[in-house]
Design a protein around this ligand. Structure first.
Ligand code: AQP
Length: 345
């Protein structure tokens, strides 16, 4: 007996394959740095044509710590311009501001009521950010991971391209989605997966390479911003912490030089062996000079485009409004389903 393969209808054959969806975002809390670029934005750009992408400026997250209102408003626009200048193409991506889509906070209340305190107590980022002020920081900072889970789950996301520091938050998102789905015995939320690269997922501070590069670092020498000019880049890399061994090799015991080599590896996509061979017999000064040139060459075109985008504020506002209008129906569908199963309304 021969088995015949099911026939593909003419209509199916002409349909493009359905793409999986990605979601990611960055807080408009300050100067977007090299870690944000290499750990997140550049990866979004590189794979944007493979997925249906939803990218957000997560301004609601930015008020979990005190921030000047004017600064927040301006940072939000500037971050949108950085996304676009880095190469996000609106043919492939929806781009919007989180607070323009109220479904994020609506779903957050619901999921807050399904999140055990014990799960949030285990989150490390909140403790690092709170530092010694654990009793006086806001409830918003504490429940930040729930809002982040909602950002992702609202759009029935398959993949979340992020840096390594977000691993724990994505795990919590998955746990929450699974808990909610199994409680109501329905697939209300797609279970997302983190997409974290091997190289560039954890760029460290230039001053203290045992700490992650962070835009809220009070010391600007600790990070390279995406808008730093060549002179500033030269100064910051020139004084970046290394050691006295003067050996240009990857070595976890020497986090300073290893961090700089990791940045170079991420920019060049060369292997560790190729990079070590390139600098064999050379000193830190030679290596830093090449790294500086590479950084300047990478950031220069982004900075030019950024200035062009910001010179037409009206168009930028229009794009952001359009992005929010485009994603709202999907967010609303998810919220409605969640409300229905919970018995709200
Ligand atoms: N140092 C880093 N190396 C690689 N990736 C990084 N990311 C952040 N720092 C690094 C990735 O950038 C994206 C956006 O991060 P965020 O703004 O939402 O919050 P964050 O992770 O807390 O980033 P910062 O720079 O440290 O900001 P502040 O100081 O405001 O908290 C995420 O994908 C993150 O993984």
């Amino acid at each position: 007996m021969t088995m015949s393969t099911p026939e593909v209808t003419k209509e199916q054959a002409t349909q493009p394959p359905v793409k999986k969806r990605t979601f990611s975002g960055i807080q408009p809390t300050g100067n977007i740095h090299l870690g944000n670029y290499l750990g997140a934005i550049r990866n979004w750009v590189e794979t944007q044509d493979q997925y249906e992408n939803v990218f957000c400026i997560v301004d609601l997250h930015a008020i979990t710590l005190p921030i000047d209102p004017k600064e927040l408003h301006e940072n939000t626009r500037r971050l949108a311009a950085i996304y676009l200048a880095s190469g996000l193409d609106l043919q492939h991506c929806k781009l919007f501001v989180q607070s323009h889509v109220h479904q994020h906070t609506e779903l957050e209340w619901i999921l807050n009521c399904f999140t055990p305190m014990g799960w949030l107590n285990r989150m490390t980022q909140f403790k690092t950010k709170a530092g010694d002020s654990i009793d006086s920081v806001s409830n918003g900072l504490y429940s930040y991971p729930v809002l982040m889970a909602c950002d992702i789950l609202l759009y029935q996301t398959h993949y979340v391209p992020v840096g390594d520091d977000q691993r724990q938050h994505i795990e919590l998102t998955r746990d929450l989605a699974q808990r909610f789905n199994s409680l109501y015995n329905q697939q209300i939320f797609t279970i997302p997966q983190a997409q974290i690269r091997d190289v560039g997922a954890r760029i460290m501070s230039l001053e203290d390479p045992t700490k992650k590069m962070s835009k809220s670092d009070p010391n600007p020498s600790a990070y390279i911003t995406m808008l730093d000019d060549p002179k500033t880049i030269k100064k910051k890399i020139g004084r970046a912490t290394t050691d006295s061994l003067r050996l240009v090799k990857f070595d976890n015991e020497r986090p300073g030089i290893t961090n700089l080599l990791g940045i170079y590896q991420s920019l060049t996509r060369a292997s560790q062996e190729e990079i070590e061979a390139e600098f064999e017999g050379k000193g830190y000064g030679d290596f830093k000079a090449v790294l500086i040139d590479r950084l300047v060459d990478t950031l220069r075109p982004i900075q030019q485009r950024y200035n062009e985008i910001l010179s037409d504020r009206g168009e930028l506002e229009r794009l952001l409004k359009q992005g929010a209008d485009d994603v709202r129906p999907l967010a609303e569908r998810t919220v409605q389903r969640a409300k229905e199963v919970v018995g709200l309304g």
